[in-house]
Design a protein around this ligand. Structure first.
Ligand SMILES: Cc1cc2nc3c(=O)[nH]c(=O)nc-3n(C[C@H](O)[C@H](O)[C@H](O)COP(=O)(O)OP(=O)(O)OC[C@H]3O[C@@H](n4cnc5c(N)ncnc54)[C@H](O)[C@@H]3O)c2cc1C
Length: 390
């Protein structure tokens, strides 16, 4: 069968676009299908959707020669975690962990825009916008995908990077398991009197963590996890009342706020696809798994999927080779399952019943006493191999 592309990726979010950029940069013929419009350049106030990119994710983005605008990124070299209810307090430093930085915080749309800008300059990449798949069928040497604008594409492999509510996953008949944490995250961007520095911090409370992610200059993104009702009530407050509520609930080290520049809230769920692959089809990013965002790892593990898949595909003559896809699935499922288990334990250890919370507190105190364990934990969280000698 005549192929239009070697690989067609459904979903041009951060994970899909990053995979397209890596494959396109390596000279592969790639089609990227996005239901929305191309992203627009970031400007003005910082966007509400902010993510951390760890060392492995940054290296993967750089491997397609994509440049991130420094003025909208904030490098962080320290992480502090403590328990409001006890004595547990851990400080992680990039230097002590053998790294020059833990990563950067960046707006989702800035990263997506940087990737699309790169894709537009790649001759092997075709961008299809304002369209979505309606059906798909596998033949022995290709998979066919029909789009809602009537276009039909043939490719050696179709990749589903179309987010948590993936249409491709549904069309392929892949089921998911889900868990509702009965929590909601209120995200607010604030302007602060003090300049934010290269420290990201998180304080656990019995109702959920509160976290500060630094942004360039006098800006920060705050995340406040709580019950659905409490979060929705807070979201309805006036700017002035929300500012007062933040100043009262957040640790004093945040300093005074000048203004709240935006807010939104998200339900917190876990989701995992029962399979990542079908014949000449593979799921990556949130289409395959959604983890609790408290450790800031959802996007990172999605980019690690894209990294591992790119490595697999670039080493194959036939991108749809089932043995290679199977190996990819095993490798990524183990890593993603470990991340789900880790975020799950954090959640239960700090918001569970009192004995569990005491255990959580003790584990933070214990971690502080073992620098080697902290170093290994941070390397693992950054997608690096903690057992590799450097
Ligand atoms: C409150 C909160 C905070 C978070 N903080 C962090 C963090 O600090 N660090 C981190 O690593 N992660 C974080 N995450 C997780 C992170 O946002 C997600 O893991 C990430 O956005 C997933 O990227 P994706 O490209 O897989 O999916 P998405 O970002 O959902 O992108 C999917 C893309 O596919 C397109 N699409 C959808 N359906 C179709 C279709 N049928 N056809 C064509 N296109 C389609 C969409 O328009 C979109 O462009 C956080 C999540 C939440 C909720």
């Amino acid at each position: 069968m005549q192929r239009d592309h070697e690989v067609v990726i459904i979903g041009g979010g951060m994970v899909g676009a990053a995979l397209a950029a890596r494959l396109g940069y390596a000279g592969m013929n790639v089609g990227l299908v996005e239901q929305g419009a191309p992203p627009t350049p970031p400007e003005g106030d910082f966007d509400l959707r902010i993510s951390s990119l760890n060392a492995r994710s940054l290296a993967f983005i750089e491997a397609s020669d994509t440049a991130l605008p420094e003025e909208r990124c904030c490098t962080f070299r320290h992480i502090e975690v403590w328990n409001q209810d006890g004595k547990g307090h851990s400080h992680f430093s990039a230097e002590d962990s053998g790294m020059d930085r833990f990563g950067v915080f960046i707006e989702n749309r800035t990263l997506q825009y940087a990737l699309w800008e790169r894709l537009e300059r790649m001759p092997g990449v075709t961008l299809y916008t304002h369209c979505a798949p309606v059906s798909t069928m596998a033949a022995s040497d290709a998979r066919v995908i029909e789009l809602d604008n009537g276009k039909i594409l043939n490719a050696g492999l179709i990749v589903g990077a179309d987010g948590a509510r993936s249409t491709l996953r549904e069309l392929a008949g892949i089921e998911i398991t889900t868990y509702d944490y009965h929590q909601r995250a209120l995200i607010t961007n604030v302007e602060t009197e003090l300049p934010e520095q290269d420290v990201s911090w998180q304080c656990f409370t019995p109702t959920g963590p509160i976290a500060m992610l630094p942004l360039p200059g006098h800006h920060a993104s705050l995340v406040w996890y709580d019950s659905d009702t409490a979060t929705r009530e807070r979201e309805m407050l006036s700017d002035e009342s929300l500012k007062d509520a933040i100043e009262a609930a957040f640790p004093k080290r945040l300093g005074s706020l000048i203004r709240v520049t935006g807010r939104a809230s998200f339900p917190i769920r876990r989701q995992h696809a029962r399979r990542y692959i079908a014949k000449r089809l593979v799921l990556i990013g949130d289409a395959a798994h959604v983890v609790h965002p408290l450790a800031g790892q959802g996007l990172n593990i999605g980019l690690h999927d894209a990294d591992a898949l790119a490595e697999t595909l670039l080493a194959q003559r036939d991108v749809g080779d089932s043995t290679a896809l199977h190996r990819y699935e095993i490798q990524r499922r183990i890593a993603n399952q470990a991340m789900i288990a880790a975020t799950e334990s954090f959640h239960h250890l700090f918001t569970g019943a009192a004995p569990l919370r005491r255990l959580g507190d003790a584990s933070l105190q214990l971690a502080e006493r073992f620098p080697l364990a902290k170093r290994m934990m941070m390397q693992q969280a950054n997608g690096l191999n903690p057992f590799k000698m450097r």
